[in-house]
Design a protein. Structure first.
Length: 118
């Protein structure tokens, strides 16, 4: 069973940095992509970034380009999301998800709260 587990959230001030981690246990060759998503109160969940474990190519949402960096450590089965220059609008629960053979994100973590104060 594929199980992503996030960590690293917290309360920071605007302009600060945080690094989120997502360890994906049970990952197989079929789970070639892991993504980060976020959901703010009263809003729908939105895509943040994703990475391909094999090719390490990355995709970002426009609103995080230049501020967030996604990376992967294959040996640790862990994906990181380095978040710099955080803004209050980045406040949300951040979720990690593993994409399955279907092409959909099938396995989700429990989420980690990120709160950015102004």
């Amino acid at each position: 069973q594929v199980q992503p587990v996030e960590s690293g959230g917290g309360l920071v001030q605007a302009g600060d940095s945080l690094r989120l981690s997502c360890t994906v246990s049970g990952r197989t060759f079929k789970n070639d992509v892991t993504g980060w998503f976020r959901q703010a109160p009263g809003k729908e969940r939105e895509f943040v970034a994703r990475i391909n474990w094999k090719r390490t190519d990355t995709v970002y949402a426009d609103f995080v380009k230049g501020r967030f960096t996604i990376s992967a450590d294959n040996a640790k089965n862990t994906v990181y999301l380095q978040m710099n220059n955080l803004k209050p609008e980045d406040t949300a629960v951040y979720y990690c998800a593993a994409r399955g053979a279907s092409g959909r994100y099938e396995d989700w973590g429990q989420g980690t709260q990120v709160t950015v104060s102004s």
